[in-house]
Design a protein. Structure first.
Length: 159
């Protein structure tokens, strides 16, 4: 019971964060968002050319079982995608800012999302498709993860 209450509280916080981010983005523009001193980090992911990931905010929630909340803007070049993977310890929420994002979670259908649409991946779900749905335009989307820091962030799916 206590674990369910905590899980619902974490998901509620993440949902509130998405809502406040969306409101903030629509009112002021993107780069000024969430810059509380040392909590703001901008790091690009060099592992996959054609994709840039910028951590906008990251903090440990000491009052919620030490979960780590990360807000990240991901930008993918036209046609860019990632291999199938899982996030074993993370609730992953996504919100499309610009462009077209294609996503497939577990055995669900491939979803083609545009600005203002969202997706969710529960912990350890197969993120079978994650790609820019356009061959001519970039895609930008916000990712919010609530993670268990004792588990790996990303695990590639074996082929």
């Amino acid at each position: 019971m206590k674990k369910n209450v905590i899980s619902h509280a974490v998901l509620g916080c993440a949902t509130a964060a998405i809502a406040s981010c969306v409101t903030y983005v629509s009112l002021t523009g993107w780069p000024q968002m969430l810059t509380p001193g040392a909590a703001h980090a901008q790091t690009a992911a060099p592992a996959n050319t054609g994709v840039k990931q910028i951590d906008l905010f990251k903090t440990t929630m000491n009052d919620v079982m030490g979960r780590v909340v990360t807000l990240r803007r991901t930008e993918r070049d036209p046609g860019n995608g990632s291999d199938a993977h899982r996030h074993p310890g993370s609730h992953t929420f996504g919100y499309v800012l610009e462009g077209t994002y294609e996503v497939k979670v577990d055995d669900g259908p491939v979803r083609r999302l545009g600005p203002g649409e969202v997706f969710y991946e529960p912990p350890n779900a197969l993120h079978a498709v994650s790609r820019n749905g356009s061959t001519t335009q970039p895609v930008k989307y916000l990712v919010i993860q609530v993670s268990d820091p004792t588990k790996p962030a990303t695990v590639p799916e074996k082929k």
